[in-house]
Design a protein around this ligand. Structure first.
Ligand code: AMP
Length: 321
């Protein structure tokens, strides 16, 4: 399909009516970087669906007017990057297209209460409601089969998964791991606003999380107070640093095999988030199926790809019997 740019919702609706193929949808707020292009190219390589990227800075999810005003923009480059990484269609509407003044039909969504009232939800009141409202509106307009999201915004990912579930949308959510810059910090559109010193502080913060992840694999323990003390000594302003259950975002219990260590810091006017997973052991994947269905082949491939131990319990059972 030829590269297409759509700016009006009416145009999008008319285009959609004539599309028979399934759609991969990749929502963004622009100022694209390798995290975004990885999402676009991953979606492209997964199937032959149409890849639709949206570029829209959603005012509803900004609780700080200055932050909205200063949000970095690079629209010409975004168009180039989107198409060169596998986008077929770019939807870049104006604010009035998404939220027409006096339109009574817009569904203002409330994000899942428990998931949105912790971590970033504490300081960014209404942020996740704004995210849910815009994504729900875009999903209704685009009607995609797959929604591609980054794990960098883990809390957002959980909340949008919950939205798709509660609204009973027939959409499958695919996610990619956080893409990091050469110095370990997560790629983010807001990094463009960082001074040299702010970048240095973020590097310290992210590297501290990455070290904690590595050490946890070895020692199975983490000393949060120690990390906070270390970061505070560098005059890093920590908004939160928490170890939580990765799916419920409730406090993690010591017996949990997997938890998330999530943090947010402020550097000048910029606020950044990062997280790592703390795993006590590698995941255990059980694969079952009828005889001759390829269980061993699939299991061997998965074990190799994920660097897991391959245990052929079928062979053990046969040997024993
Ligand atoms: P944004 O433009 O910040 O709204 O992000 C659009 C999408 O890109 C979201 O699903 C983000 O989670 C994802 N994303 C942003 N930065 C990264 C990154 N460094 N790695 C992976 N995904 C990302």
């Amino acid at each position: 399909m030829n590269n297409l740019i759509i700016k009006k919702t009416e145009e999008l609706t008319n285009w959609r009516k004539n599309i028979k193929s399934e759609i991969n949808f990749i929502p963004t707020m622009g100022n694209l970087h390798h995290g975004h292009t990885k999402l676009i190219s991953t979606a492209k390589n997964k199937n032959s669906n149409i890849n639709l990227v949206s570029i829209f800075i959603n005012p509803l999810q900004f609780n700080d007017k200055e932050d909205l005003k200063n949000y970095p923009k690079s629209i010409d480059n975004d168009v180039k990057l989107s198409f060169s990484n596998g986008a077929d269609v770019i939807f870049m509407p104006s604010i009035d297209e998404i939220y027409p003044p006096n339109d009574q039909t817009i569904d203002y969504i409330k994000a899942h209460k428990e998931l949105s009232s912790v971590l970033c939800g504490l300081s960014r009141k209404g942020h996740f409601d704004g995210v849910c409202t815009v994504v729900y509106r875009l999903l209704n307009l685009i009607k995609p089969k797959n929604l591609y999201l980054g794990e960098k915004d883990w809390q957002q990912l959980l909340i949008l998964k919950n939205l798709v579930l509660t609204k009973k949308l027939n959409i499958s959510i695919k996610s990619i791991p956080t893409q990091r810059d050469f110095d370990g910090i997560p790629l983010s559109s807001r990094n463009a606003n960082l001074s040299k010193n702010e970048r240095k502080l973020i590097r310290l913060f992210s590297n501290e999380l990455l070290i904690a992840e590595k050490n946890f694999k070895k020692d199975k323990i983490i000393n949060l107070k120690e990390i906070i003390k270390k970061l505070s000594a560098e005059k890093i302003s920590i908004e939160y640093l928490k170890r939580l259950h990765p799916y419920t975002l409730k406090n993690s219990a010591d017996e949990d095999n997997i938890s998330i260590l999530a943090g947010a810091i402020r550097c000048g006017k910029t606020r950044l988030i990062d997280h790592v997973f703390l795993m006590k052991r590698s995941p255990i994947i059980a694969i079952d199926g009828p005889a001759g269905s390829g269980k061993s082949t699939v299991t061997k491939l998965i074990a190799k790809k994920l660097k897991l131990l391959y245990l052929d319990t079928g062979a053990m059972y046969r040997a024993l019997s």
